[in-house]
Design a protein around this ligand. Structure first.
Ligand code: ADE
Length: 324
């Protein structure tokens, strides 16, 4: 994956998420001093903010291996058992989308997390017996976009539950400058800031946009450094607006505004109008629109805020202002 080479390797190189880094630095230092593995950790927040990166960094800091998997790959009990029995002492097991674990897999994890053992059933029916199999001590790092979708027995078994937040513009600018250096791409800080403003608070998007701008400069302006004007020009071409909204974001807002007078509109309607599924709308698109104050969730559906009306070039009606 192209993302790979841009990932920071150590906590020191990781830009942003100051509170999270502070909490984890303490956990790392304490665990190392006691010669114990890290406590199980649940990371939640919108996609692209660095959950996998953080798991890899934790493993590097603890000098252990990191096995990476995702809940949909752990359908059958033997998938998770195979991973667990092969862990070395202190190893880190990263499970992405952990809210999607099957019930059986989840139940295997409970004693694994709590007592470093698995209970396996041998045989069927009358002759079935359970055997307890000891495991090495390990650290489970779970990641999810929907912490509310976890069952409470699973959530309660994590010693640390931490949220990742959207990045500030100056943090994203720093991330882009770092990535440009690794990619050998000349860039000015105003160019990095322009990309940062359009990156929806998300490093993964920032790095993706940087690559698009880099291609554009290479083809259209051979050799020039990326500055604010070139970045804006390139990203306009790629349909990323000055706030970072793409076609789907704008379509969501325009359906609410133009077809439903600003809302409230149900999630199903928005999903149908954009061709995205409900879950993608809720987990990928809505968090940023909520964050920048363009969207509100109400019990009766989604409402576009006056700021969203203005962004799309409409005058918000009086009735809409009183709804808020
Ligand atoms: N690349 C992607 N995310 C990053 C971060 N948080 N810090 C540094 N580089 C990054």
């Amino acid at each position: 994956k192209p993302e790979e080479s841009l990932r920071p390797q150590r906590l020191k190189e990781y830009i942003g998420q100051k509170d999270l880094k502070e909490v984890l630095a303490i956990a790392i230092q304490a665990a190392q001093a006691r010669n114990e593995p890290l406590d199980h950790l649940l990371l939640y927040g919108p996609p692209g903010l660095g959950k996998t990166t953080m798991a890899l960094i934790l493993a590097a800091e603890m000098q252990v291996d990191c096995k990476i998997t995702t809940a949909p790959a752990l359908e059958r009990p033997r998938d998770i058992v195979g991973l667990l029995v092969n862990l070395k002492p202190g190893d880190l097991l990263f499970i992405d989308e952990i809210h999607r674990l099957s019930r059986m897999t989840e139940e295997i994890l409970y004693p694994a997390m709590e007592d470093a053992r698995i209970d396996i059933t041998i045989g069927k029916g009358q002759s079935a017996r359970t055997r307890s199999l000891p495991l090495q001590n390990f650290t489970l790092v779970g990641a999810t976009t929907r912490v509310g979708a976890l069952t409470s027995p699973l959530r309660d078994r994590f010693g640390l539950v931490q949220r990742l937040r959207f990045y500030e513009i100056d943090e994203l600018t720093e991330i882009i400058l770092r990535a440009a250096k690794i990619l050998n791409t000349p860039i000015q800080s105003d160019g990095a800031a322009e990309i940062a403003r359009r990156a929806r608070g998300t490093p993964r998007i920032a790095n993706r946009l940087l690559r698009r701008v880099r291609d554009y400069v290479q083809v259209k302006r051979s050799g020039e450094a990326i500055d604010e004007a070139i970045a804006a020009e390139a990203l306009e071409l790629f349909n990323v607006d000055p706030c970072g909204l793409d076609w789907t974001d704008r379509r969501m807002l325009s359906v609410i505004i133009e077809n439903y007078g600003g809302g409230p509109v149900g999630l199903d309607t928005i999903a149908a109008a954009t061709g995205e599924d409900n879950q993608t709308i809720e987990e990928v698109y809505e968090p940023y629109l909520l964050q920048i104050g363009y969207l509100n969730r109400t019990p009766r559906g989604r409402v576009a805020t006056p700021a969203a009306w203005k962004h799309l070039g409409f005058e918000p009606p009086e009735s809409q202002l009183s709804l808020l």
